[in-house]
Design a protein around this ligand. Structure first.
Ligand code: DQA
Length: 149
C-alpha cells in the first residue's frame, strides 16, 4: 500500500464552481480532487480527499492523521483565519503539513491576511488556484525524498 496523503478542505469549498467565480473561477471541488488523484498517483502516493463545513469534523480528521498518514494538505478555508482548534490539532502531527489557498489571501480583505494554520505548516501555497494543490503534493514528495536521502 503506498503512503497516504490526506487532503482536507474546509467550509464552502463544496460550493466551488458556483461560489464567487470572479475569485475562485469555475473549477469544482470534484475537478480539484481528480487533479490531486492524478498528481498523487504520479508521485507514488494514495490520496484521501475530504471536505467538511464543520470545524469539529475537520479536527477529528486531523487527529486521525496521527496514524497511517504521510502528510496533510489543508485548505481550512474561513477556519484558517479563526480556528485555534484546527491549529492545536495540527500541532499533534509530526508529518509534513502544507497549507493551500486557491486565492492570494494577501490581496484580499485584511481579515484574511492572518492564518492560524500557517504557524504549524511546513509551507504555504496561495494564489495559484487549483494548481496549488498539485504544487502541494509535489512539495510533500520533495520533503519525503529529501528526508529519505
Ligand atoms: C480560501 C481563502 C479563505 O479566505 C476563504 O475563506 C475560503 C477559501 C481560498 O482557498 O482561497 O473559503 O481558503
Amino acid at each position: 500500500m503506498p503512503p497516504k496523503i490526506l487532503v482536507l478542505n474546509g467550509p464552502n469549498l463544496n460550493a466551488l464552481g458556483r461560489r464567487e467565480p470572479a475569485v475562485y473561477g469555475s473549477v469544482t471541488l470534484a475537478d480539484i480532487e481528480s487533479g490531486c488523484q492524478k498528481a498523487a498517483r504520479d508521485a507514488g502516493y494514495a490520496l484521501d480527499f475530504r471536505q467538511s463545513n464543520s470545524e469539529g469534523e475537520l479536527v477529528g480528521w486531523i487527529q486521525e492523521a496521527m496514524e497511517n498518514t504521510a502528510a496533510v494538505i489543508i485548505n481550512a478555508a474561513a477556519y484558517s483565519h479563526t480556528s485555534v482548534a484546527i491549529h492545536d490539532a495540527l500541532r499533534l502531527l509530526d508529518i509534513p503539513v502544507v497549507e493551500v489557498h486557491l486565492s492570494n489571501i494577501y490581496q484580499r480583505e485584511a481579515f484574511r491576511h492572518h492564518s492560524h494554520v500557517s504557524a504549524v505548516a511546513q509551507g504555504v501555497i496561495c494564489g495559484f488556484g487549483a494548481h496549488g494543490y498539485v504544487l502541494a503534493i509535489e512539495a510533500v514528495a520533495r520533503l519525503h525524498n529529501t528526508k529519505a536521502s
